[in-house]
Write a protein that binds this ligand. Sequence first.
Ligand code: 0L1
Ligand code: MG
Length: 262
Amino acid sequence: MDKDRVKALADYVHNAEKEKREIRKITAELYPELTIEEAYVVQEELVRQKLEAGYNIVGPKMGITSEAKMKQMNVDNPIYGYVFDNMVVEEGDAISISDYIHPKIEPEIGFILGRDLEGPGVTTLDVLRATEYVFPAIEIIDSRYENFNFTLPDVVADNTSAAGAVFGTYLRKPEELELDVVGVTLSLNGEIQSLGAGAAVLGHPAKSVASLANMLSEKGEKVEAGKPILTGGVTAAVKLTAGDFVNVKYGGLGNVSFFVKE
Ligand code: 0L1
Ligand code: MG
């Protein structure tokens, strides 16, 4: 794919994000032959544009980490993208629904590494040994594509729908918890909407970090210490509406909440 097309496709999704409007997926007609490899090149250009605009990367995020989602999209591997500083929402604060297109939330288990991890060959055990803290988090996803309708290359080019992150402040050492059996309930206005356990994320959330390290190694990159990593949704994503009070409880790992206003 030539440079002009990479830039045109990155502009296409980036403008939709900036203008908060839905677009048709890239593969619908703009460029049906988009491959995963090309999509990551488009994502890199999108990331470059955001950095050039003055935003900073807070940390990486993993997506399509559940068995159900992988089956639905007919893929064997998860995908990754990046959370930027303008996406971070303080726990307990309110977001404005008008700052998004059609936001949904995913409860996630976050990791902070004490040392860099470089693949290939990184294992779940390597991740647990390198982890300084785990913490509760909520990801806000907001696909720029109409009705969240996309193929895997489309969603990779769109920075894996990244739009927001609420990082909880309940830090725990990984050995204090059995992360695969940490239960999670997501409530809107006091009513449980979805629930799950840590094992919904590739069998164990630490495996998601290992997978990230191994995928990044193909580009000569590593997972850096000190940056919060979102490992993937523990439950199905839930749609947000103005007026919602979001509360997610994590067994042994505290809870995270925020409000949604007009
Ligand atoms: O973080 C995620 O798992 C979302 C990845 C993109 C898929 C979606 O937008 O539903
Ligand atoms: Mg997610």
